[in-house]
Design a protein. Structure first.
Lengths: 296, 463
């Protein structure tokens, strides 16, 4: 632009324009500093806004997946503990059966005592099978009731899987149906313990040894179930770890997109301040003199 | 040649320089007046007659100086350019300020916007899936759903409010256009009369230029000069001011007199003596900017929001209907909305926590398959992200355009100021020059006086 004629108005308007410009830039930087964010509205960068919204949404999901997995871990730990206890109890019952099978040692009174203990073990097993997590029986499937087995050892739960979503489209079953761990009703560990107790009282050697075989099979069943629960628990723990890692990674990506780079903003602000002061000084110098100062 | 001719010459110089000082002081007085174009006095020397009279001969050597004209220092081409750029600037400024207001109401990206509400809604379904027997988890789903519906409704209402405000603004602007047009017509008349009388029309011309500029800012109107000195103004090719006659701009459709929308696109018409002419679309200026906001930008965002709300409600309802509530009954309608205004009427239809269909099997067990499926719905979320992205892009583009236009407009203004602005230094210089010329002319008179004194009183005296 060739300037031929410069008037006082032009000078003052230019000064005002550049002062306003400088102040505008300072206020943007000040906003970034005080909010700590470079993205304060969608138009600051539409693309980054979309990224930020996606990351925020994924972050919420990942945190929820972590919570789901933690909850699942609670279930599986409870099941693991219950199965360990059940295993011990079956082992004890089998030992008692072996004692009862030893004819030379066990008289009727002794067998009666053994049978009484087996009854106790059976009651304990039912309690174990009714273990609950946060008020829900862990072996009861999706039952709304508080028990998986009634006092007679009959399965009263509702078959159905309790799943926890630990990633997009990935669920882990966190319950074990009672019939899988303890055998179907009629052929369950409780029935076998019952049979053992009856056989002990009656001194029925064939019955006792049949019970021993059955209890051995039950123990295998419980151990197998426990192994499977263990492998599921491993998955859940990995999911928890993955969710924590992902949380960290996404948070840092989010901060990269949304948050202000403080040293850079502070340096920019310093530069703007210098520029602003310079334009103030220039304004002060340019506005003051006029021909009037030099006329008598 | 008369003895006294030089006295008259000196007198003309005194007169001329007084006028020059008047003009300079007028310029200095108006140094900060908006729309004032500096005046410049043009001198011309007075010589002999162009055509000698019969039996006579001019023997003088010039008869002094006279004021030839007092010019307004303006460039009509620059003025036309300035009107056009100001019209564009006003168009973009209006859009920018309105869109920034709407954008501030969106609140993305953040912890309190619609996107955050959607994420929390999903989280609530997950929590319910973990805990299907808990009434608290069910109530939380309902609470978060209500929050999400509120967030969408608030955005829809923000758009509505903005549109309502802008409709009122159009009415105010149209009223202003009519006032300014009437003023311009009156000024045109005064200018014509002043030109006939031969009086100085400078002040009227300043006023005329300012009124025409304001009309351009309001409507993007273009002005053409008339032979009698006035301006004819037309908006989009339809005459608004013709000489001393001003037409009336009115809203033909789209806005009811009470400021509400009548559902039709916004159109305008100008009524003058010849009848009513509809304006073609595509105005610039403030009215054009607001009209585009009301017909394109705001409805586009509102319908995008409606689509998001509808998608959300339809997806959730469809999945919810596949499940069974706590009592084992099939899931009912989860979100209700009015198809004419989905975002503005979105509400949670379920009131009892037990009616949330978390289970995917009938029978009232604690199955949570449907809650997990509902937690996995995500289509509406990416629709919303697209919507916000599109809007952000539009706002960013308007901001950039407005900033570019600002540079252009201020450059044109600077060019005008360069020509028309008053420079105090310059006025001081011309004032000093006039002062010196005045003093010199007075000295000429003194000298002539002394010459005449010698001639009259001393002729013949030898002592």
């Amino acid at each position: 632009m060739a300037i031929q004629r410069v008037t006082q108005n032009m000078l003052s308007q230019r000064s005002l324009f550049s002062l306003q410009n400088g102040l505008g830039k300072m206020s943007r930087l000040q906003e970034q500093l005080s909010t700590g964010r470079v993205l304060n509205r969608p138009s600051d960068s539409p693309t980054d806004t979309t990224s930020a919204m996606r990351i925020r949404s994924t972050l919420a999901d990942v945190r929820q997946y972590g919570r789901n997995a933690n909850d699942g871990n609670g279930w599986l730990s409870q099941i693991d503990a219950a199965l360990t206890s059940a295993n011990d109890q079956v082992l004890r019952a089998r030992d008692l059966a072996l004692q009862g099978a030893n004819e030379g040692v066990a008289g009727p009174t002794a067998r009666e005592a053994l049978a009484a203990e087996v009854d106790q073990i059976r009651a304990g097993m039912i309690d174990t099978a009714n273990s609950s997590y946060l008020g829900r029986p862990v072996f009861g499937g999706v039952t709304a009731g508080a028990k998986a087995y009634d006092a007679t050892g009959t399965f009263v739960g509702t078959p159905g899987a309790v799943n926890r979503t630990v990633n997009v489209g990935s669920t882990i079953r966190v319950d074990v149906e009672g019939t899988t761990a303890f055998g179907p009703t009629g052929n369950s560990v409780f029935d076998h313990l019952d049979a053992l107790s009856v056989a002990l009282r009656a001194g029925n050697q064939a019955g006792i040894s049949a019970s021993i075989t059955a209890l051995n099979a039950d123990r295998d069943q419980i151990t197998t179930t426990q192994t499977e629960v263990g492998s599921r628990q491993l998955r859940v723990e990995k999911a928890i770890q993955a969710s924590q890692d992902e949380d960290l990674r996404l948070s840092s990506s989010l901060s990269e997109v949304e948050n202000a780079d403080l040293p850079k903003v502070i340096v920019d602000l310093q530069l703007q301040q210098t520029a602003y002061q310079a334009s103030l000084a220039a304004t002060a110098r340019v506005m003051q003199p006029s021909l009037l100062d030099f006329l008598r | 040649m008369s003895t006294f001719a030089s006295l008259n010459t000196a007198l003309s110089a005194l007169r001329y320089n007084r006028v020059a000082m008047d003009v300079a002081s007028g310029n200095i007085a108006n140094v900060a007046t908006d729309g004032y174009a500096r005046r410049r006095v043009n001198a011309e020397s007075v010589g002999g007659p162009d055509h000698a009279a019969m039996w006579s001969r001019y023997v003088g050597a010039g008869d002094g100086v006279a004021v030839a004209s007092i010019d307004r220092m303006v460039d009509p081409l620059l003025d036309i350019r300035a009107r056009r750029e100001h019209g564009n600037q006003a168009y973009l400024d209006v859009r920018q300020s309105a869109l920034e207001r709407v954008e501030a109401g969106i609140g993305e990206p953040g912890d309190s916007g619609v996107a955050a509400a959607m994420a929390e809604f999903r989280t609530a379904w997950h929590d319910l899936a973990n805990n299907p027997g808990s009434d608290a988890a069910r109530a939380q789903v309902l609470g978060r759903a209500a929050t999400l519906a509120d967030a969408l409704r608030i955005q829809a209402r923000n758009i509505d409010t903005e549109a309502g405000d802008q409709r009122l603004r159009i009415q105010a602007n149209v009223a202003e256009v009519n006032t300014v047009a009437a003023d311009l017509a009156a000024t045109n008349k005064s200018i014509a009369i002043a030109n006939l009388n031969g009086t100085d029309a400078g002040v009227l011309l300043d006023k005329r230029d300012q009124l025409a500029l304001r009309l351009s800012e309001l409507t993007g109107a273009s002005a053409t000069a008339r032979p009698d000195g006035g301006f004819d103004v037309s908006v989009n090719g339809v005459p608004l001011v013709a000489g001393s006659q001003a037409g009336i701009l009115s809203v033909a459709s789209g806005i009811n007199p009470d400021g509400t929308s009548d559902g039709l696109p916004i159109t305008y018409a100008i009524t003058d003596g010849a009848g009513t002419t509809a304006l073609p679309s595509g105005m610039t200026g403030e009215i054009g900017g607001v009209t585009d906001l009301l017909t394109t930008t705001l409805p586009a965002y509102a319908s995008g929001l409606d689509a998001v709300a509808q998608e959300l409600a339809d997806q959730v309802n469809a999945q919810h209907a596949l499940g069974f509530d706590a009592a084992g009954n099939p899931g009912g309608v989860f979100f209700s909305y009015n198809p004419a205004d989905p975002a503005g009427s979105l509400a949670v239809a379920i009131t009892l926590p037990g009616e949330v269909a978390a289970s995917s099997v009938p029978g009232g067990g604690l199955d949570a398959g449907n809650a997990t499926a509902l937690a996995g719905l995500a289509g509406f979320e990416s629709s919303y992200q697209r919507l916000v992205n599109g809007f952000g892009t539009e706002v960013a583009s308007v901001k950039r355009l407005a900033a570019n236009q600002q540079v252009l407009t201020s450059q044109v203004d600077a060019s005008r100021e360069q020509l028309s602005g008053v420079s105090l230094d310059e006025e001081m210089v011309s004032m000093l020059a006039s002062q010196h010329a005045y003093e010199a002319a007075a000295r000429v008179m003194t000298t002539l006086d002394s010459v005449l004194d010698t001639l009259i009183n001393r002729t013949g005296l030898t002592r």
